[in-house]
Design a protein around this ligand. Structure first.
Ligand code: FES
Length: 620
């Protein structure tokens, strides 16, 4: 009978054996549609119902019998760094289908830097929870995580690692550089450089407006070694992404071919049952830190890597901030990209990209670490030919190990009474290296608003050798640690040509920014035990890179006296219900903000939520 509601349009397809056999339990371990069934109290009915609804989207029994590869769709019209995600999804699907899988994409939240208030980092843990829970909840045998903009790739890896289904990363890729008056410019190092020139009066409104048009000329992530590029390179170092995945431009055909390859690899990962907690080992993370140091990567990556490490049951606790410093002491800076150097990601790609960098770094790497292909990093390097690159082309940005851009320690970890749990500085991005060993008088700002009010005050008592200190922009003090750590040079000094000063805060800095800037001071100023929180204008502050020291010249006795004074003031305000102090007020906050403020850890632990870490509560 034609068009009988019970007939099958594909001519007699039958459900897989046992799917509706009420005498045989559903084997959820066989994957596909049978895994993670919705709870209706009758597993066969749950599977029956799931098939009813997936068929509404046109899927046949044959396609539903294939391994199901989830593709995390992070497209958002508020995220220009992810503008190419729809094309990438198409290419990933092609790769999945060529390899015999069935590709199904699904959305999670998307985070773009300049569209996330108060700061994108505030939403990173939310995105990681979204990613983890959607991977867990839906019947995926393997997952492609499409990220790109700064916080998205770490959020996805945090979530993917906790969900622990086979998963690999695909990034949207860097944007192309623009052009202004014959010079290449690109987001976002040149955003900051040119804005500083504008603030100092060196360029006018017409010029800064023209520059605004050219800084981000295509889709993709910031085209310098900012956090997005850093995390992309780190994903390769971790073995979670193919070599060319980090650098191929967002708008290139190479990017689409990488997406296709990623789709096929996702099917292979399912076949090999390769889960992130298996692929990633301590050695993988040590390799990633070596890559971070060699590329002069973003300080944000230290926080993200600590958060990812903190999710791994076998690696958490075996790597600390000191590990980053130890690796830095033997790893030279080899990649000449802004903000530490002069070039753009497209140049790095054309110079051989991560494949070439890893070749140079071979003596420093653990070549027996695994990759998503199931082989070791060493085997993958041996089977992937180096791209032929003339070593003298002007865009050559990759230096050999014996002739580095910077001998060692792009990123350093400092400790001292000002930061007992550590803080981080990108030494390679210092614009005045004399400041790496410097003692100066503190000029203290109590928060971002205080700084905005006073930094350009002509009467501000500040000299070029002063140390600018910004308090209360840590994980709790200013939820999410905004990228406000690059305290602007006071305008009256900038106008005299001062380009760099020693600056210290408990906040973060964009990976695209540079200067002699100490970040992530832990514990943060709002914590009652913090010393950063009681530093006063006029105190002498010392930074000594060689000794890895950050110190304020205030006696222990005086520190305790100031902390006690601060505690009493806060308590009195609290009793009068007048306290605006976030440390106290957070206990009464609602929703995600309350969850964040009560659960976020300090920067040296990765600023993850305590209940999501491997050391936190378990599922059972
Ligand atoms: Fe998205 Fe820079 S703003 S990568």
């Amino acid at each position: 009978m034609e068009n009988d509601a019970g007939s099958n349009t594909r001519g007699g397809e039958k459900p897989a054996p046992n799917d509706y056999d009420l005498n045989t339990p559903i084997d959820s371990s066989s994957g596909g549609m049978r895994q993670g069934l919705a709870s209706y109290g009758d597993a066969h009915f749950s599977l029956f119902l799931r098939k009813v609804f997936i068929k509404a989207m046109g899927y046949s029994e044959e396609s539903l019998s294939r391994p199901i590869i989830g593709i995390v769709n992070t497209y958002s019209s508020f995220n220009p760094c992810h503008a190419n995600v729809p094309q990438l999804i198409e290419a990933v699907k092609r790769g999945v289908h060529l390899a015999g899988g069935l590709a199904i994409d699904f959305p999670t939240i998307s985070i773009a830097e300049s569209f996330s208030s108060p700061t994108s980092m505030y939403l990173r843990n939310l995105m990681s929870m979204d990613t983890e829970e959607m991977i867990r909840a839906q019947p995926c045998d393997s997952v492609v995580l499409i990220g790109g903009c700064d916080k998205t790739t770490p959020a996805q890896l945090m979530g993917g690692l906790s969900a622990n289904k086979p998963a690999l990363s695909l990034v949207t890729g860097p944007m192309m550089p623009g052009s202004h008056k014959g010079e290449r410019i690109g987001a976002c190092t040149d955003c900051r450089n040119n804005w500083a020139k504008f603030r100092a009066g060196a360029i006018d409104i017409e010029e800064i407006s023209g520059i605004n048009e050219e800084l981000a000329p295509t889709a993709g992530t910031c085209g310098v070694m900012g956090t997005a590029s850093t995390m992309a390179c780190i994903l390769v170092g971790l073995g979670m992404m193919p070599f060319w995945g980090a650098t191929a431009p967002a708008v290139s055909s190479a990017r689409l071919r990488i997406a296709e390859e990623t789709g096929s690899l996702a099917v292979k990962m399912h076949e090999l049952k390769l889960k992130p907690q298996t692929v990633l080992t301590r050695k993988s993370f040590l390799n990633a830190i070596t890559v971070l140091q060699a590329i002069g990567g973003s300080t944000n990556a230290v926080v993200h890597l600590m958060a990812i490490i903190g999710r791994h049951p076998d690696v958490a606790g075996t790597i600390t901030l000191e590990t980053f410093d130890e690796i830095g002491r033997k790893t030279p800076l080899l990649v000449d990209l802004k903000p530490s150097g002069d070039n753009y990601m497209t140049d790095f790609h054309n110079s051989g990209g991560m494949r070439a960098l890893l070749e140079e770094l071979k003596p420093l790497l653990h070549l027996d670490a695994l990759t998503i292909k199931g082989n070791t990093l060493g085997e993958e390097l041996d089977s992937t030919p180096l791209k032929k690159v003339p070593r003298n082309i002007p865009t050559m940005v990759l230096r050999p190990l014996h002739d580095p851009l910077y001998e060692r320690s792009s990123l350093v970890v400092l400790k001292g009474n000002l930061a007992p749990n550590g803080c981080v500085m990108k030494a390679s991005a210092s614009k005045n290296r004399a400041l790496l060993k410097h003692t100066g008088r503190a000029v203290v700002f109590a928060g971002s608003a205080d700084m905005a009010n006073r930094i350009d005050d002509p009467n501000l008592e500040v000299e070029p050798d002063s140390v600018l200190i910004l308090q209360n922009i840590g994980p709790i003090g200013n939820p999410g640690m905004p990228e406000a750590g690059m305290i602007p040079i006071p305008r009256k000094l900038a106008a005299k040509g001062v380009q760099d000063m020693l600056r210290i805060s408990d906040g973060r800095m964009s990976g695209t920014a540079g200067g002699t800037i100490v970040l992530h001071v832990s514990p943060e100023a709002t914590d009652p035990s913090s010393v950063l929180g009681i530093v006063r204008t006029g105190d002498l502050v010392k930074c000594d890179l060689d000794q890895r020291l950050i110190h304020v010249d205030v006696s222990e006795e005086e520190i305790k006296r100031r902390q006690e004074e601060k505690r009493k003031t806060l308590e009195a305000e609290s009793e009068n219900n007048k306290s605006a102090d976030v440390w106290i007020a957070r206990k009464k906050l609602r929703g995600y903000r309350g969850l964040f403020m009560r659960s976020v850890q300090q920067a040296h632990s990765g600023a993850d939520f305590d209940f999501l870490t491997a050391a936190g509560p378990t599922d059972t």
